[in-house]
Design a protein around this ligand. Structure first.
Ligand code: CAA
Length: 397
C-alpha cells in the first residue's frame, strides 16, 4: 500500500472514511418500511385521522416487522440495527402516517433505549423483551401542565418511603398514555435540590393509583394516543428507579438528544411524503396548456423543496451516524430537529399551494401532512428550545 506524507502526516491515497452509501441491511430496512407504508398504512390513513382512531392493527404489524425492537440488542429480543436504519424506517413510515411513526419513535428512542442504556441488568431483562417484540408499548412521562419547555420544574413527587417511592402528580401530552404498558416517569424526590433531585422510574401502567385523562383532540397526528396521566399515591418499588438517586433529569436530557433524531426523521418523512405527492401532481395537472411542472412558479418551488429535504436528510444521518459511533450528538440532533421540522412546515405548506384547491381537501393527503408537520416543531423540545441547546453549546465552545 502506497503511503504519502503531507504536512508531516501519513495518508493512504484514495482512501476515505466519508461514505454516503447505505449497507444492504439499511436498504432492506428502508424497503420494508416503504412497502408497508405505501401498501398498507396508506389505505386507511385518512379515516384514522378523521376519526382519531388508534392504529391498533398497524402497530401490531409494524412490531412483527421488527420495528418496535429495531434499536434494542438481540440479547433482549430486539433486532439490534443501527440508528441509520432506524431513521430510514421512520422516514418511510412518516411519509404516510406520522401517528404510527411517533408511537414507534417514543417507544424506541426514549423508552427502550432509556432502559437498555441506563437500566440495570434486572430492569433490562424484565422490561426489554416485551417492549422489543412490540407486545408492550413504552411511553415517556416528563412533561407536566407547568413543565413543558422548562422540564426541570417538575411538580410530580416521588417520596422515598424506604422500600418504595410514592408518586403523586400529573403528566401532560403523553404519547401512548393509554396503550403503553411500560412508563418511564420523571418525578421530584428532593425538591430542595432542583433538577438534581429528580429521579426516573420504570412504572407498570396497571399499578394502582394511575388514571388517564381524556384523549386529546389534536390538530394533527390525530390517531396517536395522547392523554394526561394522573398519579395518586402510586407505589413504585425501589428497584424500579433507573440510575443513581438524582440522575432523572440528566437521563431525560440524554434521551431527548436521541429522541430528537427520531422526530427530525419523522419531519423529514412528512416533508418527503408531501414532496413526492407534489411532483406526481405537478406532472399530471395541466394549466395554461401544459403540465404545471413546466411553469417556473411550480418548478422552482419543487427545486427548493427537494433541496431542503436533501439537506435535512444529510444532517439527520450525520446525527444518527455520530450516535452509532459513540460520538457526541446532542448539538447536531438539536440542529437536525430544528432544521428538518422547519423544512417539513415549509414543504407541506408549499405542497398544499401546488395542489391548489385539491390540496385543501383530505383526499389528497397534503393538508394532513401540513397539520402533522406543525407538531414536529413543538414536541420533544420546541424549535426555540433547540436554538437554546445549540446556542448554549456554541457559548461553551
Ligand atoms: N445531557 C446531559 N446532561 C444535560 C443535558 C444533556 N443533553 N442537558 C442539560 N444537562 C444537565 C446540565 O449539565 C446540568 O447539570 P449540572 O447542574 O450538573 O451542570 C443540568 O442538566 C441542568 O441543565 P440546564 O441548566 O441546561 O437546564 P435547564 O433547566 O436550563 O433546561 C433545557 C435545559 C434544554 C431547556 C431542557 O429543560 C429541555 O430540554 N427542555 C425541553 C423539554 C422537552 O424536550 N420536552 C419534550 C417532552 S417529551 C415528548 O415530547 C415526547 C413525546 O411524547 C412526543
Amino acid at each position: 500500500m502506497t503511503i504519502v506524507i503531507l504536512f508531516g502526516q501519513t495518508f493512504k491515497p484514495k482512501t476515505t472514511r466519508m461514505n454516503f452509501e447505505y449497507t444492504e441491511e439499511q436498504l432492506m430496512v428502508q424497503k420494508t418500511a416503504r412497502d408497508y407504508a405505501q401498501r398498507e398504512l396508506k389505505k386507511d390513513v385518512i379515516e384514522r385521522d378523521t376519526n382519531a382512531e388508534y392504529p391498533t392493527q398497524h402497530v401490531k404489524n409494524v412490531a412483527e416487522l421488527g420495528f418496535f425492537g429495531i434499536l434494542t440488542s438481540p440479547d433482549f429480543g430486539g433486532v439490534g440495527m443501527d440508528n441509520i436504519s432506524y431513521v430510514l424506517a421512520l422516514e418511510e413510515i412518516s411519509k404516510v402516517d406520522s401517528s404510527v411513526a411517533v408511537i414507534m419513535a417514543v417507544h424506541n428512542s426514549l423508552a427502550c433505549y432509556g432502559i437498555e442504556k441506563y437500566g440495570n441488568d434486572e430492569q433490562k431483562e424484565k422490561y426489554l423483551p416485551g417492549l422489543a417484540s412490540g407486545e408492550k408499548i413504552g411511553a415517556f412521562l416528563l412533561s407536566e401542565p407547568e413543565a413543558g419547555s422548562d422540564a426541570s420544574f417538575q411538580k410530580t413527587t416521588a417520596e422515598d418511603k424506604g422500600d418504595y417511592y410514592l408518586l403523586n402528580g400529573v403528566k401532560n401530552w403523553i404519547t401512548s398514555a393509554n396503550t403503553a404498558s411500560t412508563y418511564l416517569v420523571m418525578a421530584q424526590t428532593h425538591p430542595d435540590k432542583g433538577h438534581k433531585g429528580i429521579n426516573a422510574f420504570v412504572v407498570d401502567r396497571n399499578t394502582e393509583g394511575i388514571s388517564i385523562g381524556p384523549h386529546e383532540d389534536k390538530m394533527g397526528m390525530r390517531s396517536s394516543d395522547t392523554h394526561s396521566v394522573m398519579f395518586t399515591d402510586v407505589k413504585v418499588p425501589k428497584e424500579n428507579r433507573i440510575g443513581d438517586d438524582g440522575f432523572g433529569f440528566k437521563l431525560a436530557m440524554k434521551l431527548l438528544e436521541g429522541g430528537r433524531i427520531g422526530i427530525a426523521a419523522q419531519a423529514l418523512g412528512i416533508a418527503a411524503g408531501a414532496y413526492e405527492l407534489s411532483v406526481k401532481y405537478a406532472k399530471e395537472r395541466k394549466a395554461f396548456g401544459t403540465e404545471i411542472i413546466n411553469h417556473q412558479a411550480i418548478a422552482f418551488k419543487l427545486a427548493e423543496m427537494a433541496t431542503g429535504i436533501e439537506t435535512a436528510r444529510i444532517l439527520i444521518h450525520k446525527a444518527a451516524w455520530l450516535k452509532d459511533n459513540n460520538q457526541p450528538y446532542g448539538t447536531i440532533s438539536a440542529m437536525a430537529k430544528l432544521y428538518a421540522t422547519d423544512v417539513a412546515m415549509k414543504v407541506t405548506t408549499e405542497a398544499v399551494q401546488i395542489h391548489g384547491g385539491y390540496g385543501y381537501v383530505k383526499e389528497y393527503h397534503v393538508e394532513r401532512l401540513m397539520r402533522e408537520a406543525k407538531l414536529t416543531q413543538i414536541y420533544e423540545g420546541t424549535s426555540e428550545i433547540q436554538k437554546m441547546v445549540i446556542s448554549r453549546a456554541i457559548a461553551k465552545e
